[in-house]
Design a protein. Structure first.
Lengths: 225, 254
């Protein structure tokens, strides 16, 4: 086991963990947003989906949640450790700072990542733990938890909608570097595939995030009631 | 040309150092950046002042000695150019130029613009070589190497270990340098026997020296005077991963 401890501590081992957990978390975002798009199919579809998710066999929901939590914690822990190491590697900054080709997204990963983390905490507090900014749980006509109305009602507030739109756009920005960078981190860089690695991956990230952003906007503009 | 220089002056490793402003007068646009500094130094010596210390040797872009940040860009930021190959015609008359040493914890300042790049030597000594048995001269073409492999190896063998990649990297990471050596030897048959242990040992030493980590900014690639591609970093990432997952020490018979 000692080799695993050594690997996660090394500079390259940390990169592998960032890339793999980042990819895993992106897959979750795809699934999560795909499920949420059921909002467009109405109250019955959304609430039935919520019930089915809770009734998945073999405790699959809890296994997925456990895996997700491990990936999130690893991604955050390694990210902050890397950031502190990187700061320490240059104790004295340049008086004249210039950038040749590093993208704005790549240079702001610790900040966009922190914003996304704060957003996730708010999101969980609101829709999962019902602690802030949400009505008490209601039941729909079939006696199921009315997830649909809870979400629609929250998004009818321009303030909450704005928080979601801005946060998910920042997530898209975070992914625009992460999704192109993760291939390089695990050693995948090849002229034949770099179009997919560097352009199509971030494009997929933007498509997923824009689909997510469309939900609060659709509610706000009355497409979903 | 007349230029205003803001130069980092620092007596030694203990001194805190500061930027000092100098005028460079009657600079020929045909002179190199180092010749311009020579000219300023002549004037300083004439005034009994301490000349600006900077590293230089071949002055033709192959030794990797000259190392300075010019307006925040390693070697001045001109594509595929070292400081000694940078000419004053790249600047405008009356321009303000900021000149600073490479900044990295692993590259302590020795004096003014001179930094100690011994960390690179220590990384090379951990695996940037091939072990060959000495003896008779081998046949020149005994080991076949494809033209493609030779070219790929040469692309990274061009590294002159100047440290611009570290200086340009926002994280002061040495990945491009280390990977250039790993990738150079990984492309050649002679490099295969020690391939995985080379990647492991060089990366371990790189981490020990206190360089930063790679965030895939790719600033290094743009700053490299030999235009070494970040593809070599991917090769290193691959070799280190393979070594970490699969390498095992010989443990003897069951």
């Amino acid at each position: 086991m000692s080799w695993i401890v050594r690997l996660q501590k090394s500079s390259l081992g940390s990169k592998y963990i960032m890339a793999i957990t980042g990819a895993g978390l992106f897959l979750f975002v795809i699934g999560h947003f795909a499920g949420n798009l059921l909002l467009y199919w109405g109250q019955d579809a959304m609430n039935a989906y919520a019930v089915e998710l809770h009734n998945l066999p073999y405790g699959a929901l809890w296994i997925a949640r456990g895996g997700l939590l491990i990936m999130v914690l690893a991604h955050i822990f390694i990210a902050y450790r890397l950031t502190f190491q990187n700061r320490a590697a240059r104790p004295q900054r340049y008086q004249y700072e210039a950038t040749l080709q590093a993208s704005f997204a790549s240079r702001t990963m610790p900040y966009t990542g922190t914003i996304v983390l704060l957003f996730i905490l708010f999101h969980l507090a609101q829709f999962t733990f019902h602690l802030v900014a949400v009505d008490p749980v209601q039941l729909d006509p079939q006696g199921r938890e009315d997830v649909y109305s809870m979400v629609v009602h929250a998004f009818q507030s321009p303030v909450y909608s704005a928080i979601y739109v801005v946060s998910v756009l920042i997530l898209g920005f975070h992914l625009s570097h992460g999704l192109s960078s993760m291939w390089q981190s695990v050693g995948l860089n090849h002229r034949k595939y770099n179009l997919a690695f560097r352009k199509l991956s971030p494009l997929l990230g933007w498509i997923v995030c824009l689909a997510g952003v469309s939900l609060p906007l659709a509610v706000l503009f009355g497409l979903i009631k | 040309m007349e230029l205003t220089l803001h130069v980092w002056r620092q007596k030694n490793g203990q001194d805190s150092g500061k930027m000092v402003t100098y005028k460079a007068r009657d600079v020929s646009p045909e002179s190199s950046f180092l010749e311009m500094l020579d000219q300023v130094n002549e004037e300083l010596i004439g005034k009994n002042d301490e000349p600006i210390a900077f590293d230089h040797d071949c002055r033709e872009g192959i030794c990797g000695s000259c190392s300075m940040m010019i307006n925040g860009k390693a070697h001045g930021g001109r594509k595929g150019t070292t400081t000694c190959q940078l000419h004053m015609r790249s600047f405008k008359d009356g321009e303000q130029i900021y000149i600073e040493p490479w900044r990295a914890r692993a590259f302590p300042v020795v004096k003014d613009l001179v930094v100690d790049r011994g960390a690179f030597d220590r990384i090379i000594s951990k695996g940037g070589f091939v072990s060959v048995a000495t003896g008779g001269v081998p046949d020149a073409n005994a080991i076949p190497i494809s033209k493609e492999a030779a070219d790929l190896a040469m692309d990274t063998a061009e590294c002159i270990a100047c440290g611009a990649c570290v200086a340009a990297c926002k994280n002061a990471s040495a990945m491009l340098f280390v990977s250039a050596k790993v990738s150079h030897l990984a492309n050649l048959p002679q490099g295969q026997p020690e391939r995985l242990q080379r990647a492991t040992h060089m990366v371990e030493q790189m981490d020990k020296e206190g360089f930063g980590n790679c965030t895939n900014y790719f600033e290094c690639e743009a700053a490299c005077p030999k235009q070494i591609s970040v593809r070599s970093i991917a090769v290193m990432n691959r070799d280190f991963l393979k070594a970490s997952l699969l390498h095992q020490e010989p443990v003897g018979k069951a």
